[in-house]
Write a protein that binds this ligand. Structure first.
Ligand SMILES: [Zn+2]
Length: 113
């Protein structure tokens, strides 16, 4: 019987130098980070790495160094910041903003001038 610890690991079949087939157990890769609004995969963030491996990377290798870096995709970031600007200048009301964006627009209002 396979050890209970190994059951959730990914099986890989490898041929050994002696010519026999052996089953090796590998930890599965972690998924990609996605945008919190639209769900698109994010760029500039590590994927396929466990938290312990990510911790060993340089700070700038972990997420983009900008507002909402590692949280929102560039398109959503741009839209949210533009909306925050309009709300702050009184062009739009916060109730006119899409429900999904509203939380981030409120955060962005602290950043925009
Ligand atoms: Zn997005």
């Amino acid at each position: 019987m396979v050890s209970p610890i190994k059951r959730r690991l990914k099986k890989v079949i490898r041929r050994t130098p002696g010519g026999r087939l052996a089953i090796h157990f590998r930890k599965e890769k972690t998924g990609k980070h996605v945008c919190a609004i639209c769900g698109k995969p994010l760029h500039g963030v590590p994927h396929g790495k466990r938290p312990s491996q990510v911790r060993k990377l340089a700070k700038t290798e972990r997420r983009p160094e900008r507002v909402f870096g590692g949280v929102l995709c560039p398109e959503c970031t741009r839209r949210v910041i533009e909306e925050a600007f309009y709300v702050k200048r009184g062009v739009k009301d916060i109730s006119e903003i899409d429900m999904r964006d509203r939380k981030y627009v409120e955060m962005a209002m602290k950043v925009v001038g």
